[in-house]
Design a protein around this ligand. Structure first.
Ligand code: PEP
Ligand code: MG
Length: 892
């Protein structure tokens, strides 16, 4: 844009300009404002980078602006960039709004040329070795990052030079060796680029700046952003800073420091120092650093000054700061500071400590932690100190750490678990048939499927560890082969549902004290648990959204309640029809006479009632949303292929096959090409007489029974897959009749509502609200039907490409698509409430436990989110965070 300012001197910016100047630039400016010793320099904005990346050329006016700021820098320093006699040298560093450590590029010593290297030697008191070493570093870094010269060519040449000299360390190379090395580096440079190493310092600066711009799109940076959910279009700023040297002798050095321990959060001084070195030596681990405290002995004055600055920075930022500094001949320079990254445990501890110290408010403490961090604290962990063998890697689909005997069928999982064995169920993919095995297993490992595959969703729901999509696994009948290793039943494997790693053998596990705390178990004195308690209490006091859970059993419900759930938002009743009961459902679906159907229903009624009694008891006094049955029908029927084969074989052999034949006809009649878009949800209720009625009766009878015991059950009946108000009206009428008859004057109150999970329902919510006491958004189906993506197999097939192309930054099945599916939710919420202001609104799809989605649901005014039991604390925390606005959140 013409007239836009693209370059800011360090003295012009401040810490709130992160988006424009990047984190590093904004903080260098802030330190400059605070009067700390920062080498002079300027920052080229992220907007310049965006313009460069969009057009492939520097935006108009940028070069002139850089020239102006460089001239000012030269005046301030009393030296000219690359001057032959007394050169100014600069570093050119990346720095985006969100920290992306080591993902982008940096070039140091820009300004060195064949002429100025001599000037640098003179400037450093005749230190020729230093000057030539600096020059070879520039050619190496510049060649690699700016011109894509393979880095090994330089490092090989350096190794050759050391070998020729019989040296083990760079420090053993003298000025003459390094001068010769510069010559060979220049030859390498020219061979790969076709031109000589640039001798114009301004040309060097321009090229280095453009290379830093481009490094925003380096492969590792793109991957990192995807992982951290950092938007792809922000671009990086470029910091041009006058060089100070830590490698000028024993009175120089470089280091990093933290104002608190970033691993544990403990207060104190933490850091490392390396004398006679430049920053990249510390990162590369070329020589061993010493603890920061040792600096006191080496340079007491600089040490004292550093401690004072650290205290000042922590007080100023009111948070853990990490710092990079250099000492040049006894003079301390600050090269960087930022609010430091920390582990999840440290994040909670530090936030609570700062509240105790009166530095920040409870609101601010809540802003500084995240649901993702809390989730990390809840998983048991592998203790990797014994360095276990990694077999392969899949997608970490449901966090946790589980070890056990490999089994390849759900039946074997159940059998071995019954014998008291820990098992890992290994399958190509799972289906509802495997549920019993999944429940019995410590963990689930699949070769196919992504984060929303059946295995992943069900495992997350149960809090079971799961790694899915480990596509190197070759699944056989009784064995799995992976990278040449054969695993048979009983071999121990371990899976890490956070990292997706699969290990051979048992890996010891540590339990999470935070889960023990949520469970209400006695926990030994723990600063972490205290911190979690402080912050969770504030989240609960702040949030407007209620948090319910998705649970189908009394046991899950009871656990979720201990975790803070305020009711059940979704009980999937089809989960109650598996196992032994499947046969009854099959009979019900296929029965050709009313009598047969009624028999099946009569057999199911007491079983269902017992299920609901358990659930209502566990959630006494709290609302329990029971969804009427909603499976795709094929899940309850025998496989068409199998039956057809059986009939064919029996016919061939002349055996009696009349019964199978009849069944086959029935299954054929009901067969659907797209079962997820077929006879499920409300459609089932309208097609199979008596099915919903039986469920409603079971719900009402269970509630009446408990009310008789003096409890206070609060059932809510939910109709799935409604697309038109007529569907709901018909089911509602039937429900109301039964409820009225069963409940009579027991005092039990039953609400009747619907899921909003078909786009048409969202778009006609005003009509549907006339017949609904509540809406619950089924965002799994709403995403499936909104995008037209099959929720069962979409990820593996093409999501990777969509992520790569930036069509979305994260799967819309994982985090709500605000613009599309989110809009459907907004419309339905607004139009539903316009008709019925007291309409209760919730969400029960997977998104109910996703941190970013929780913020969206808060914004659109829902009353509650419902999620799997293990996500309840995460949702509570995020609902609290969503309710407090403003302030600076640096929790990324
Ligand atoms: C949904 O579609 O979001 C939902 C909760 O229902 P289910 O996942 O059982 O289809
Ligand atoms: Mg659904």
């Amino acid at each position: 844009m013409a007239g836009e300012k693209y370059v800011y001197d360090f003295s012009e910016g401040h810490r709130d300009l992160k988006e424009l100047l990047g984190g590093k630039g904004a903080n260098l400016a802030e330190m400059t404002r605070l009067g700390l010793p920062v080498p002079a320099g300027f920052t080229i904005t992220t907007r310049a980078c965006q313009a460069y990346l969009a057009t492939g050329a520097n935006p108009e006016g940028l070069i002139a602006e850089i020239d102006d700021h460089l001239a000012a820098l030269e005046r301030a320093m009393g030296r000219k960039l690359g001057d032959a006699g007394d050169p100014l040298l600069v570093s050119v560093r990346s720095g985006a709004a969100f920290s992306m450590p080591g993902m982008m590029e940096t070039v140091l010593n820009v300004g060195l040329t064949d002429a100025s290297v001599v000037g640098l030697a003179a400037q450093s008191g005749g230190n020729d070795r230093f000057a030539w070493d600096s020059y070879r570093r520039l050619i190496q870094m510049f060649g690699k990052t700016v011109c894509d010269v393979p880095g090994e060519e330089f490092s090989d040449a350096l190794e050759d030079a050391k070998k020729a000299k019989g040296a083990t360390d760079d420090l053993h190379l003298d000025a003459a060796d390094l001068k010769a090395l510069v010559e060979s580096f220049k030859r390498i440079f020219a061979k790969h680029t076709g031109y000589d190493f640039p001798q114009d310092p301004r040309e060097q600066l321009r090229l280095a700046t453009e290379a830093v711009f481009r490094s925003w799109n380096a492969e590792r940076a793109v991957l990192y952003r995807r992982q951290e959910r950092i938007p792809a279009d922000l671009g990086t700023a470029v910091n041009v800073c006058s060089m100070v040297f830590g490698n000028l002798g024993a009175d120089s050095g470089t280091g990093v420091a933290f104002t608190r321990d970033p691993a544990s959060g403990a207060q104190g001084i933490y850091g490392d120092y390396l004398s006679n070195a430049q920053g990249e030596d510390v990162v590369a681990g070329i020589r061993n650093t010493v603890p920061l405290e040792d600096l006191e002995k080496l340079d007491a004055k600089s040490y004292a000054e550093l401690l004072a600055i650290m205290a000042k920075l922590e007080g100023h930022y009111r948070d853990l700061c990490d710092i990079e500094f250099t000492i040049e001949r006894g003079k301390l320079w600050m090269l960087q500071t930022r609010v430091g990254k920390r582990t999840a445990a440290a994040a909670f501890r530090i936030a609570a400590q700062l509240v105790d110290e009166g530095m920040i408010s409870l609101d601010e403490a809540l802003r500084r932690v995240s649901g993702a961090q809390l989730a990390q604290l809840m998983f048991p962990r592998f203790d990797l100190s014994a360095d276990p063998t990694v077999l392969t890697k899949g997608i970490g689909a449901s966090p946790g750490a589980a070890s056990g005997k490999a089994v390849f069928t759900a039946e074997r999982a159940v059998e071995l678990a019954a014998e008291g064995e820990d098992v890992i169920l290994v399958r190509r993919e799972t289906n509802p048939e495997d549920l019993a095995g999944m429940i019995a297993a410590r963990g689930i490992l699949t070769a196919r499927g992504g984060k929303t595959s059946h295995a992943a969703v069900v495992a997350r729901g149960m809090g079971r560890t799961c790694v899915c999509g480990a596509d190197q696994l070759e699944i056989g009948r009784d064995r799995v082969t992976v990278n040449g290793q054969v695993i048979t039943e009983g071999n121990i494997v371990s899976i890490d549902g956070t990292t997706g790693r699969v290990y051979l053998g048992a890996v010891p596990v540590r339990p999470s004290e935070v889960v023990q705390y949520f469970e209400g178990d006695k926990v030994e004195e723990s600063t972490l648990v205290d911190a979690v308690h402080t912050i969770m209490s504030h989240a609960d006091a702040s949030r407007r959204l209620a948090v319910r859970t998705n649970a189908d059993t009394g046991e899950d419900a009871a656990r979720a309640r201990r975790f803070g759930a305020e009711g059940i938002g979704l009980c999937r009743t089809e989960h109650m029809f598996l196992g032994d009961r499947k046969e009854l459902v099959e009979r019900l679906i296929l029965s050709s006479t009313e009598d047969a159907r009624n028999d099946a229903l009569a057999a199911l009624l007491p079983l269902q009632k017992a299920d609901f009694v358990d659930l209502f008891r566990a959630m006494d006094n709290l609302p329990v949303t029971v969804r009427l049955i909603d499976p795709p029908l094929h899940e309850f029927l025998p496989s068409l292929e199998e039956l057809a084969v059986n009939v064919a074989v029996a016919r061939e052999r002349g055996e009696d096959h009349a019964e199978d034949e009849e069944l086959l006809d029935a299954v054929r009649r009901m067969h659907e090409q797209n079962p997820m878009l077929g006879l499920r949800g409300v459609r089932l209720g309208l097609v199979i007489p008596g099915l919903f009625a039986m469920q409603v009766r079971a719900i009402a009878e269970a509630a009446v029974q408990l009310a008789g015991e003096g409890l206070h059950p609060r059932p809510e009946i939910m109709v799935p897959l409604v697309g038109a108000v007529q569907e709901l009206e018909m089911v509602r009428q039937e429900c109301e009749q039964i409820v009225a008859e069963v409940v009579a004057d027991s005092g039990v109150e039953v609400l009747i509502g619907t899921m909003i999970e078909v786009p048409r329902a969202a778009l006609t919510a005003g009509q549907i609200a006339e017949a609904a006491d509540f809406f619950s958004f089924g965002t799994n189906d709403l995403t499936q039907m909104g995008w037209g993506f099959s929720r069962d197999d979409v990820e593996g097939a093409f999501f990777w490409r969509y992520l790569e192309l930036g069509i979305f930054g994260i799967s819309p099945f994982e985090s709500i698509d605000r613009d599309g599916v989110g809009r459907l939710i907004r419309i339905a919420a607004e139009e539903g409430r316009a008709v019925r202001p007291e309409l209760k609104l919730g969400v029960c799809g997977e998104h109910g436990g996703d941190p970013e989605s929780v913020h969206f649901f808060h914004e659109v005014g829902l009353d509650y989110v419902s999620c799997s039991p293990f996500r309840v604390p995460v949702a509570r925390l995020e609902a609290g965070r969503a309710a407090i606005t403003g302030g600076d959140s640096d929790s990324r």
